[in-house]
Design a protein around this ligand. Structure first.
Ligand SMILES: [Zn+2]
Length: 86
């Protein structure tokens, strides 16, 4: 998987880079896990952290609950978040 193919907020593995192949063309799609709109809440490390903290406080609810794996592990997924956005 492409190293940029993870949500900057929650680390969810995506089928395509949320900010495009050039890293600066957001898709404006919605993360199935945390509900971030790529290009909006994840545009800076500070805004990504704010969104992540809100999402955690709200119980880490999946935006698309049917996509949630039965053995989903937040601590493992967290490792996928790009270091500069952690
Ligand atoms: Zn996400």
């Amino acid at each position: 998987m492409h190293s940029d193919c993870y949500c900057r907020v929650c680390g969810y593995g995506l089928s395509s880079p949320p900010w495009g192949e050039d890293g600066s063309t957001p898709t404006w799609e919605i993360c199935p896990c945390c509900g971030t709109e790529f290009g909006y809440e994840d545009c800076t490390p500070a805004s990504a952290r704010r969104k992540r903290n809100q999402w955690i406080l709200n119980g880490k609810k999946w935006f698309e609950n049917k996509e949630r794996p039965a053995d989903w592990d937040w601590d493992r997924q967290f490792q996928n978040i790009p270091d500069s956005y952690k």
